[in-house]
Design a protein around this ligand. Structure first.
Ligand SMILES: Cc1cc2nc3c(=O)[nH]c(=O)nc-3n(C[C@H](O)[C@H](O)[C@H](O)COP(=O)(O)OP(=O)(O)OC[C@H]3O[C@@H](n4cnc5c(N)ncnc54)[C@H](O)[C@@H]3O)c2cc1C
Length: 417
């Protein structure tokens, strides 16, 4: 294909899992799709995440009970939550919005919107696994949340009650039941919660590449390049690539993850997108026999058995896009994992950092740009981009093809801020 000459129906900026799923949905609808990315297919944040299809994870990040944890977390420089002091002035407006999002009315609205999105997410993944021939990558073993004290467990109960209102199934476990769900756990854990509907994928990068291969069978094409701007044009839209290449298309999707707000600004939308940087270490699979994803809510990390290794990580570092990674965070979680799973073999790990694209109300941005109805945004999925990617792909397709939306889109509007 000659770059700059061929006119696509839709140009998608960003080949993370969200852009890939948007491309798949549009290609399935018979549209000629070009995806542009500065790196490659599923090479950035979507490649190294914790692989959870966390359909039951409907609580907004700013939730009741969090205030109790935050001071303790911030006091530990390598703990679950970190804010580099030099970044605080830039972050403050986002933090204020984040705190406001935790107020009862707003919290409830976000919770309801997230619950409807998750129902769609589960349905859409289910269909997409079959259509793309990738069902073998789905793992349905549930998750196990673990608590080290009765007080921690009791503090989690309002969150479980909120989930229960939206039909999320779970089972609280006593200490003597934990070994049935995960042999070899430290005796420090006194309680657990098993969540049967929580799912995982075998490896998020391999899944992204498999879905892309499916999109290619329907004619989707990849262009390597960095998009400097997306602009309305006579033909519909133009993606202006660095180096002077111009990609003309009828419509565009901005799915550039944590970098999307730079492109949205040029289209008249100021979106308070921040990044929650997260870290992990992927050990060889032989490191420990982990039966299902283990979640340590009070330590802000998870352990995921993948087809390609054992991934240990999480944490939130509100440190922006430019600061170099601090892999001491990966190592701090690995140290804790050794305590939680005595017998874990910690050698041979690969460290990684990724940029969660996060809005203060924990909801993504899915909707049309201010400057042009031909440009649709699909970004800001925070901790849940893999989980909600297939649903987002469908919503993007329906917006661009003027079909009715499968869920109310007002809570996800780019203009809600
Ligand atoms: C440690 C960690 C664990 C996580 N665990 C989970 C999990 O278990 N389950 C879950 O659902 N989510 C999880 N997430 C979140 C999830 O990974 C993200 O929400 C998701 O990957 C975002 O996907 P995306 O496609 O929006 O962005 P990305 O994957 O970041 O893709 C955006 C793409 O846009 C490209 N791009 C950006 N700007 C430009 C430009 N100007 N021109 C061209 N290309 C551009 C980038 O190169 C990139 O490839 C986790 C995140 C982290 C960090």
């Amino acid at each position: 294909m000659k770059k700059g000459k061929e006119r696509a129906d839709v140009v998608v900026v960003g080949a993370g899992i969200v852009g890939i799923c948007a491309a798949v949905s549009l290609a399935e609808a018979g549209r000629k799709v070009v995806v542009v990315d500065r790196t490659g297919i599923c090479e950035e944040t979507s490649s190294g995440n914790a692989a959870a299809l966390a359909f039951t994870d409907i609580l907004p990040m700013a939730h009741k009970g969090m205030g109790r944890q935050v001071p303790k977390w911030l006091a530990d420089p390598l703990g679950p939550l970190a804010i580099p002091p030099a970044y605080l002035p830039k972050l403050t407006p986002w933090l204020i919005r984040f705190v406001m999002a935790g107020r009862p009315g707003r919290y409830e609205a976000s919770l309801t919107a997230q619950a409807s999105m998750m129902k769609l997410a589960e349905r859409e993944w289910n269909g997409l696994f079959d259509r793309s021939g990738s069902r073998a990558m789905l793992r349905e073993y549930g998750s196990l949340e673990l608590y080290e004290s009765e007080a921690e467990f009791t503090a989690s109960l309002p969150g479980w009650a909120a989930r229960e209102r939206f039909g999320v199934a779970f089972r609280h476990l006593d200490r003597d039941e934990l070994a049935d769900y995960q042999p070899g756990l430290s005796p420090a854990f006194v309680r657990g919660t098993f969540v049967p509907e929580w799912k995982n994928v075998a490896d998020p990068m391999l899944l992204g590449k498999a879905l892309w291969a499916y999109a290619e069978t329907m004619g989707a094409r990849f262009v390597h390049g960095r998009v400097a701007a997306v602009q309305p044009s006579l033909a519909g839209v133009a993606a202006m690539l660095e180096g002077g290449i111009k990609l003309e298309a009828g419509r565009a999707v901005v799915a550039a993850g944590a970098w999307s707000h730079f492109l949205a600004r040029g289209l008249g939308d100021r979106i308070p997108l921040e990044t929650e940087r997260g870290y992990n270490t992927t050990l060889p699979s032989s490191a420990f026999d982990v039966r299902r994803q283990l979640v340590f809510p009070n330590h802000g990390f998870v352990i995921t058995p993948l087809a390609t290794g054992l991934r240990i990580g999480g944490a939130v570092e509100l440190g922006g896009l430019d600061r170099p990674p601090n892999y001491a965070r990966s190592r701090a979680m690995l140290e804790k994992a050794k305590r939680f799973l005595p017998g874990l073999e910690p050698a041979g790990g690969r460290e990684w950092m990724g940029y969660r694209p996060s809005l203060p109300d924990s909801l993504p941005v899915i909707g049309r740009s201010r400057a042009s109805g031909n440009v649709v945004y699909a970004f800001g999925h925070g901790h849940l981009g893999l989980t909600q990617a297939a649903a987002t792909g469908r919503l993007v397709r329906d917006l661009l093809l003027n079909r009715p939306a499968a869920v109310p889109l007002v809570p996800f509007s780019p203009q809600r801020f």
